[in-house]
Design a protein around this ligand. Structure first.
Ligand SMILES: Cc1ncc(COP(=O)(O)O)c(C=O)c1O
Length: 386
C-alpha cells in the first residue's frame, strides 16, 4: 500500500502512468540472483515482460543475461551494454535481418522453433562465413494449467519443434555445417503457480535429453524458459516470488550431465510486483442495470491484460480511507466493452479526482501498451526520483 506521503508526491504527475518501486525490483533481483548462485543456474531476464530502460538498468546491475524475442529487443539489449554472449534470441518468426544482426553481434544462441528456421539460419550463417550456436526449442506437449492464451507447450501451439521435425532435423544435421546445436530450450507457459507442471516438464525433458545425447549431441545448455507465477490477489502480502521452491523442483527432478548449464528466462516473476498503474477517477455513473461504475483515465491501452486474458489485478482507491464501501465496476476510457479493471468489487466510495492504483502491473503492462484511440504511451515514474 502506498503511503499518503508518496501519493501526495504522485499528484503532480499527469495520469495515467506506471510507478516503479525500484527498491522492490532490486530486492527481487537479489533474491533471484542468490537462488541462482545456490543452485548453479543462470538467469536470462525475459525483457518482453518489461523493457523500460530504468528497469533494464537494474537487471544489468544484477548481472543477468537477457532473453529476447525480436531483433529490436536484441539491438536494445546490445546497445544497453548487455554482453551479447549472455543474450538468447527466441521467437517463431525471426526475420533474416534480425538473424544477421544476431550473428554479427555474436549473441549466445538462437533458440530455434522449427527445422525450417535451423535450415535458414544455416544458410544465412554460410553467407556470412560464420558457424552459429543454436538451441532447439522443443514442444514437450505439456499443459501448463494456466490461462489458455499464455500456455505455450501443448502439441498444437505454434511454439517449438515437434518430435517429428526433431527426428528429421537430426538426420539433416550433418549437412548443416554452419550451425552448432549446443542446447535445448523449453518454455511451457506463463503465470504458472502449480509446481507439478514444472515437475512434469522435467520428466519430459529428461526423456528428450537422454534421447538427444544418444544421437551424439553434447548439450552445453539447457534453457528451461520462464513461467513462474506471482500473486495478483495479494501483492502487498506476497511481493516476492518463491524462486527457491521453483528452482528446487528442477534441482530435484532434472537428470542431466554435469557439464550442462541450466538456464531460466523469468520475466513476470522478476518485474510484476514492482510496477503499478496509477490513474485518476474521471466520472461516476449508474448504468441501466443499476451497476455503479467508476470511469478512470487508464484503459486497456496502458494495461491490456484484463481485456485480453480476463486477468485480475488488485485495484485500490488511494483516496478512499474512512469512506463507506459499495460495489463498483471500474472501467477504462477505450471504446471496447472488455476495457474493465474490476467488475462488481467492493471499494470505498469513489469521487471524481480520486487516485486509483492497479497493482502487479510491472510485467506485460507497459511493454504491451498501445496507442489505440490515439492514446499516448504511458509515462513512468520511479521510486528513486520521488
Ligand atoms: C520463450 C519465452 N521465455 C520466457 C518467457 C517469460 O515468461 P514469464 O514472464 O512467464 O516468466 C516467455 C513469455 O512468454 C517466453 O515466450
Amino acid at each position: 500500500m502506498l503511503s499518503n506521503k508518496v501519493v501526495d508526491k504522485l499528484r503532480g504527475y499527469r495520469t495515467p502512468f506506471y510507478l516503479y518501486d525500484l527498491d522492490l525490483l532490486r530486492q527481487t533481483l537479489r533474491l533471484v540472483g542468490e537462488a541462482c548462485d545456490k543452485y548453479g543456474y543462470k538467469m536470462h531476464y525475459s525483457m518482453k515482460a518489461n523493457s523500460d530502460r530504468r528497469v533494464m538498468e537494474c537487471v544489468k546491475e544484477a548481472g543477468m543475461g537477457i532473453d529476447c524475442v525480436s531483433g529490436n529487443e536484441v539491438v536494445y539489449a546490445v546497445e544497453m551494454g548487455f554482453d551479447p554472449k549472455e543474450i538468447v534470441f527466441a521467437g517463431v518468426g525471426k526475420r533474416d535481418e534480425e538473424i544477421v544482426y544476431g550473428i554479427e553481434h555474436g549473441i549466445m544462441a538462437f533458440n530455434c522453433e522449427s527445422k525450417h528456421e535451423v535450415e535458414i539460419i544455416n544458410e544465412i550463417a554460410a553467407g556470412l562465413g560464420k558457424k552459429v550456436d543454436v538451441a532447439l526449442r522443443i514442444n514437450p506437449d505439456i499443459d501448463s494449467k494456466t490461462e489458455e492464451h499464455i500456455t505455450t507447450g501443448k502439441a498444437d501451439c505454434k511454439f517449438g519443434i515437434s518430435r517429428r521435425e526433431l527426428a528429421e532435423l537430426f538426420d539433416e544435421l550433418p549437412a548443416l555445417k554452419y550451425v552448432n546445436v549446443m542446447g535445448l530450450h523449453f518454455h511451457v507457459g506463463s503465470q504458472i503457480t502449480d509446481m507439478s507442471v514444472f515437475e512434469l516438464l522435467c520428466q519430459e525433458v529428461n526423456k528428450l535429453y537422454a534421447w538427444i545425447v544418444e544421437q551424439g549431441i553434447r548439450i552445453e545448455s539447457l534453457d528451461m524458459g520462464g513461467g513462474l507465477g506471482v500473486d495478483y490477489n495479494d501483492p502487498d502480502g506476497q511481493p516476492l516470488p518463491d524462486v527457491e521452491a521453483y528452482f528446487d523442483v528442477f534441482a530435484k527432478n532434472l537428470k542431466i550431465e554435469p557439464h550442462t548449464v541450466v538456464r531460466f528466462e523469468l520475466g513476470r516473476a522478476v518485474v510484476a510486483q514492482c510496477g503499478e498503474l496509477i490513474s485518476k477517477v474521471l466520472y461516476l455513473k449508474v448504468n441501466e442495470s443499476g451497476r455503479r461504475v467508476a470511469v478512470i483515465d487508464a484503459s486497456m491501452t496502458e494495461l491490456i491484460r484484463p481485456a485480453m486474458y480476463n486477468a485480475h489485478h488488485a485495484v485500490e482507491n488511494l483516496d478512499g480511507a474512512g469512506r463507506d464501501k459499495d460495489i463498483f465496476t471500474v472501467v477504462g476510457t477505450v471504446c471496447e466493452s472488455s476495457d474493465n479493471f474490476a467488475v462488481s468489487e467492493e471499494f470505498p466510495e469513489f469521487r471524481r479526482g480520486d487516485f486509483v492504483t492497479i497493482k502487479t502491473a510491472g510485467a506485460y503492462g507497459a511493454s504491451m501498451a498501445s496507442t489505440y484511440n490515439m492514446h499516448l504511451l504511458p509515462a513512468a515514474v520511479y521510486s528513486d526520483d520521488l
